[in-house]
Structure formats: structure tokens, C-alpha cells
Design a protein around this ligand. Structure first.
Ligand code: ADP
Length: 184
């Protein structure tokens, strides 16, 4: 469960634990957290969907900063300042393009969520807001995507204490709420 984590090298204090997950339905650029996550492409070139909204709200320096990094493989994430946004950092996370589900997409999506937590831990971000990676243009079906998001974010050791799952549509919000409150 803790592969890839080097305990001693995290910027935050305390010990890795289990974050609290909550659901927010709305625009991620309004979230007042240490780091907001955007669904980027491998070229970090900006795009539509949540990435378009994040770049529009952050201003042009965000594109300059992500272009300077230049590339991020699928399953990975990179971090930059947040410029005009209320948060301190933007984590640019690259989820898989859905190709029918047998090309490793579920594992890649889980890797993307682990990479998000790794980048947050490196800078000591303790509150993050995360969109439903890959469920827009990249076509990942919402139900398995929500399950992978909740499972991975709640089972990966991290110093992040507060994770806001941001759903842009009511279906995704409902999926998250059911997964977080399975008795209802
Ligand atoms: P991907 O290319 O990874 O599929 P998209 O940006 O197309 O990324 O979609 C990812 C998710 O982000 C979708 O569920 C979409 O509805 C949602 N989304 C779009 N705009 C926003 C926004 N401003 N805030 C939060 N989520 C958003």
C-alpha cells in the first residue's frame, strides 16, 4: 500500500494518515484549498473542460509555467504555483484516455490519483480539491472512475488531511456521496 512513499522526505509535519473526503458540486476554481488539481494532457498545453477553467482563472502565467515543464506521462502529475487562483499550487494530473477498459485504464487512473497525493506531499499541501479526472473528454465511465478516485485517495498514505472531491455534474456528485456513505 505504501510503495513509492518515502516517509522522512515530506514537507509537512506529523505522520501519514487517512484524509477526510468531502464532496463539493461546482467549479473547482472557487475552492479555497492549498492545491487544486486540474485534468491536464501529456503536453501540459492547456485544454478545455476543467483545465480550460483553471487556466482562465489562474491567468497566462500558469500556461507559461506548465509549458516550461513541458511533458507529463499518463498516470503522472506535476505541480506549479497557482498564480491568480485562491490556492497556492495547481497540480496538473494526466489521466488515461478511455480505450474500452482493457488497455490498463483503471490502473493508470489509480496511478494518477497516487501521483496527485505525492505532489501534494512534496510541497506540504494539506488540503486539496480534485476533479473527476478522465471523465470528460477522455471518456472514462463515471461510475468506475468515481470508485477508483475514492478508493485510491482514501487508501494511499499521505499527509494531506482534507480532500474535496469536486463534481461538476449531479451524477458524479451522487456517485461520490454514495461511495462515501455506503449505507444510504
Ligand atoms: P479529461 O480530459 O481528463 O476527461 P475534462 O476536463 O474533460 O478532463 O473533464 C474532467 C471532469 O471535470 C469532468 O467530470 C468535467 O465535467 C469536470 N469539469 C469541467 N469543468 C470543471 C470545473 N470548472 N470544475 C470542476 N470540474 C469540472
Amino acid at each position: 500500500m505504501s510503495e513509492g512513499h518515502t516517509d522522512g522526505e515530506q514537507a509537512g509535519s506529523g505522520t501519514a494518515g487517512t484524509p477526510r473526503l468531502t464532496v463539493f458540486r461546482g467549479d473547482i476554481t472557487r475552492c479555497q484549498v492549498d492545491a487544486i488539481v486540474t485534468a491536464a494532457n501529456e503536453a501540459l498545453a492547456g485544454g478545455g473542460g476543467v483545465d480550460g477553467a483553471v487556466h482562465a482563472a489562474a491567468g497566462p502565467r500558469l500556461l507559461e509555467a506548465s509549458r516550461a515543464i513541458g511533458h507529463c506521462p499518463t498516470g503522472g502529475a506535476v505541480i506549479t504555483p497557482a498564480f491568480g487562483l485562491p490556492s497556492r499550487w495547481v497540480i496538473h494530473a494526466v489521466g488515461p484516455i478511455w480505450r474500452g477498459g482493457r488497455a490498463g485504464e483503471p490502473e493508470q487512473l489509480a496511478a494518477t490519483y497516487r501521483s496527485i497525493l505525492a505532489r501534494a506531499d512534496e510541497v506540504g499541501a494539506v488540503s486539496i480539491a480534485v476533479p473527476a479526472i478522465s471523465t470528460g473528454v477522455y471518456g472514462f465511465p463515471p461510475e468506475p472512475a468515481a470508485r477508483i478516485a475514492v478508493t485510491t485517495l482514501s487508501e494511499t498514505p499521505t499527509m494531506v488531511g482534507e480532500i474535496t472531491l469536486v463534481a461538476f455534474d449531479p451524477l458524479t456528485a451522487d456517485l461520490y456521496r454514495r461511495l462515501l456513505q455506503p449505507d444510504q
